[in-house]
Structure formats: structure tokens, C-alpha cells
Design a protein around this ligand. Structure first.
Ligand code: BG6
Length: 473
């Protein structure tokens, strides 16, 4: 069964829920530059350059679900559901509008004072991501984003401000959301503009190195400011399976797993793994390290392994495997014939969560924290407004059962924070139609809607799960 202090909770991110994109002194983040799908969002994720100076019709994050103004109502609804932990992110450009200022924006800090105090009022533990796909755009314009080493210092200044300000209010932190996304969607991961780069991989892994250094430095600062702080990494997880038992397919899966583990190996073990040498050689790159980087990484490893899990992945080498690619995901995967798949290309694999948890714990021997998991799908309200999302309940139940299985395997897990919780803007598609929440928000792909909140059927189900400590699924 689940431990008494297990953190049943909820997860969201500033740029996907807050809106108020220029309010109270906030600067632009890279996420604020992403239009909706009709405006070219997917294309922009991979080739941002042509879009940067255009004024496009609709940017979903500018209003999002207006959490900035409605957070009290939202936290109350989440508290009524019984959650014990609430994951959100701080919007970096709300605190440092351009990213490189020396003094923070007091109004931005004031918002998070109120938000975290509101959580505490209900006995909810805030779990805070320091950077969730929203590097300040000012740092992209002036420095080229995370390609430039100076961004490490700006990030550390920002983190120190938060650790000092929220000492005693926030104890659980994560340095970068899905840090491995840098290799898949480098604009969102690190504000990288890569057109014209002679070696894209060189730029991507150099930027990743800067984030890894920044992550270690921030972990050190967090521990120095408050010994109670717990700092985690955050991996877009989901183990790769081999397409077949052919040794080449098995090796392909090993290599694809390595590409993701590279990040958490550094953050959790404190050094680049052996296979990094081969990977970098094959990609024709060589990392520039500063003296002291290796010691910094070694001495400031994370306290827990935060991760998102939506699906397992599949890798293989043969012609048949190559023909079976799945589109619509930022992460490369093949179609697994044994799994159902959502219209958005996510394969559904609850057992994969147990496998992934075992893999992560065997590798790191640190507590895990499921900080994202959920089903994105179209919810159609009935004539009376109710939303009967039994499919979401089935998905969550099946995943909780497998998480419990992993815990019975001996994997320590701090909590479960399902993604979305309240419908919000999708990071990939920028849409509202793909909904993840237990709470429905009346807002639509074209930007219309009253923003009214309504409980879905899954809301009552999750309340019951929490109240029973995970016994009543
Ligand atoms: C994770 C991100 O990749 O998956 C979230 O951390 C994102 O920001 C979530 O929203 C679901 O992906 P999507 O593209 O369906 O919103």
C-alpha cells in the first residue's frame, strides 16, 4: 500500500496556465512566442527563426486559462479534491523580465508569495519547477539562449532569489522540466536558434552542458540556503523497448535509452557516463568545459528523480521497424503493436510505468517522484454540462496500479502528480482540445470560452482515491 505521507497531488506549469503574459512587469518567454497549431506551432518548434518577428493571429499562452487571476478558486477546487502537493513552475520572466537584470521584479515575486501561501493555507506542499520551457526571450535575443555560458549565471541569480524568498514555504524544487527535451525540441528546451549552425549537435549538447552545470549550481545554492530543500532533476521518461529480440534491436534500445539517461546520469551520479564519449564522437562534437565544472557536477547531485511518464517507447533497426514510426510526438518512437494509441500519437502502456520506475531506481538508487502522468484527449460535455471521462479514470487507475507494483518491487516513490489536473494549453500542440484535467475549463482552440471551471467525473474519482490512501481505485 502507499505510505501515509505519499504526496497525492497535481501538476501544471506557468506558461500553460497563468496567462497574464505581460502583466505586472513580466517579460516575454520563449513559450509566449509560440502560436497555436494553425499559426504554425509545430513548424516553429523545429525552425523558429522565420516566426520570431511576425505577429501571428493567436498565441494561446497569452491568456491561457487565466490562472494568474483565478488561482484562489483553482487552489480551492484542488484542495477540495484532497491534494497534498501541487506542482507548478515559476515563470522566470515574471521575476527577471529580460533574464539578465540584477534586481528581480517585486510584483512577480508577490504573485508567487500569494500562490504558495494559498497552497500552505490548505496544507498543500508546493513542488516548484524553476524552468518549465520558458527561458526569457531577452536571453535568446541578447545571448542566443542556453548556447551562451553567461546564461548559467543569470539562471543561478534567479534561483537564489527564489530559494531565499520562499525559504520555509517551498521545499521541493526541480531545476529544469524534462531536461532531455533539449535534444528533441531545442527551441523550447533552451531557446536555441539553430538555422545556419554548422553542427546542430554541437550547439545542442553545449547548451545541455550549460543547463547541467546550472542545475548542479542551483542544487548547491538550494542546499546552502536551506538544508531542508529537496532538489530533483526532471526527465521525460519512458523506457525504450527493443522492436524485436534481434540483438541489433536490443542494442538500438540501449542506445536510445542512453540518449535520455545521459542527462540524469550527470544530475544524479555527478559525471558524464562512459557512453557519452562514443555519442559525442559519433556526432562529431566536443564539449567546452570550464575548470571546476566536473567538481561542481560531482558535488551537487540531486536528491530525487522527478520524471514524467506518458508512454514507453520502441526502438529498432530493420526496414520493418523503420516503416512503423509514430508521428506527433516530440520523442522519436516506433509503433508498438501491443499498445493502444491516442489520436495524438501517445501509446498507452501502464506496465511501462512500472518498468520505467524499476529502470530508474536500479540505475540511481534515489527516491523517485512521478511529477507528470495523464491522458490528453477530447472531452465532450453532455447537454447538462457534465463531463463523463471514464476513459481518463481507466487510464489513471491502470497507471496507479502499476506505480504501486513498482513500489512493491522496492522502488521508493515520493508521490504522484498527474499532469494537467485543470485543463490547460498543450505544450506540443498549443491547443485546448487535448485536455488532461480533472477540472474542465470552458476555453477552446479558437480562444473563445468563458473560462468557467467544472468538475469532471474523474474529479470525484481522484478525490476518493486520495481519501482512501490509494486503496479505493
Ligand atoms: C510534458 C510537458 O512533456 O508533457 C508538459 O512537461 C506537457 O509541459 C505535457 O504539457 C503533455 O504534452 P502536451 O504536448 O500534450 O501538452
Amino acid at each position: 500500500m502507499f505510505p501515509r505521507d505519499f504526496m497525492w497531488g497535481a501538476a501544471m506549469a506557468a506558461n500553460q496556465c497563468e496567462g497574464a503574459y505581460l502583466e505586472d512587469g513580466k517579460g516575454l518567454s520563449i513559450a509566449d512566442l509560440l502560436p497555436d497549431a494553425a499559426g504554425g506551432r509545430w513548424d516553429m518548434l523545429y525552425h523558429p527563426e522565420p516566426y520570431l518577428d511576425k505577429k501571428l493571429p493567436y498565441y494561446p499562452s497569452h491568456e491561457a486559462i487565466d490562472f494568474y487571476h483565478r488561482y484562489k478558486e483553482d487552489i480551492r477546487m484542488l484542495a477540495d479534491m484532497g491534494i497534498r502537493a501541487f506542482r507548478t513552475s515559476v515563470s522566470w520572466p515574471r521575476i527577471f523580465p529580460q533574464g539578465d537584470e540584477t534586481e528581480p521584479n517585486e510584483s512577480g515575486l508577490g504573485f508567487y508569495d500569494r500562490l504558495f501561501e494559498e497552497c500552505r493555507r490548505y496544507g498543500i506542499e508546493p513542488v516548484v519547477t524553476l524552468c518549465h520551457f520558458d527561458t526569457p526571450y531577452g536571453l535568446v535575443r541578447r545571448y542566443g539562449g542556453w548556447k551562451d555560458r553567461r546564461v548559467v549565471d543569470f539562471y543561478c541569480r534567479y534561483c537564489r532569489v527564489l530559494f531565499e524568498r520562499y525559504k520555509g514555504l517551498v521545499r521541493y524544487w526541480m531545476t529544469f522540466n524534462e531536461i532531455n527535451m533539449m535534444t528533441h525540441i531545442p527551441f523550447l528546451g533552451g531557446g536555441l536558434l539553430l538555422d545556419g549552425e554548422p553542427n546542430r549537435a554541437q550547439a545542442i549538447y553545449q547548451a545541455a552542458h550549460h543547463q547541467l552545470v546550472a542545475s548542479a549550481a542551483a542544487t548547491g545554492i538550494a542546499h546552502e540556503v536551506d538544508g531542508q530543500n529537496q532538489v530533483g532533476c526532471m526527465l521525460a521518461a519512458g523506457s525504450y523497448y527493443p522492436y524485436s529480440c534481434h540483438p541489433e534491436d536490443v542494442m538500438a534500445a540501449v542506445e536510445k535509452n542512453h540518449e535520455n539517461y545521459l542527462f540524469t546520469d550527470v544530475q544524479s551520479r555527478g559525471a558524464y557516463p562512459g557512453y557519452a564519449g562514443r555519442l559525442f564522437e559519433e556526432k562529431g562534437l566536443s564539449l567546452e568545459m570550464e575548470p571546476g565544472d566536473e567538481a561542481l557536477l560531482r558535488e551537487n547531485t540531486v536528491d530525487y528523480i522527478g520524471f514524467s511518464y506518458y508512454s514507453s517507447r520502441l526502438a529498432g533497426t530493420g526496414e520493418e521497424a523503420r516503416k512503423n514510426r509514430v508521428d506527433g510526438n516530440a520523442v522519436d518512437t516506433l509503433r508498438n503493436p501491443y499498445l493502444d494509441i491516442t489520436p495524438w500519437g501517445r501509446q498507452i502502456d501502464p506496465v511501462g510505468l512500472r518498468i520505467t520506475m524499476n529502470d530508474l531506481y536500479d540505475r540511481y538508487q534515489k527516491p523517485l517522484f512521478v511529477v507528470e502522468n495523464g491522458l490528453g484527449c477530447e472531452d465532450k460535455p453532455e447537454a447538462d454540462g457534465t463531463v463523463c471521462d471514464g476513459y481518463r479514470i481507466d487510464y489513471m487507475r491502470d497507471h496507479i496500479v502499476q506505480m504501486r507494483g513498482a513500489m512493491r518491487d522496492g522502488v521508493p516513490c515520493l508521490g504522484y502528480l498527474p499532469w494537467g489536473t485543470i485543463d490547460l494549453i498543450s505544450a506540443g500542440g498549443g491547443e485546448m482540445k487535448k485536455r488532461y484535467g480533472f477540472i474542465y475549463v470552458d476555453k477552446h482552440n479558437d480562444g473563445t470560452g468563458t473560462l468557467e471551471r467544472r468538475k469532471k467525473k474523474s474529479y470525484d474519482w481522484y478525490r476518493k482515491v486520495i481519501a482512501s490512501g490509494g486503496a479505493d481505485l
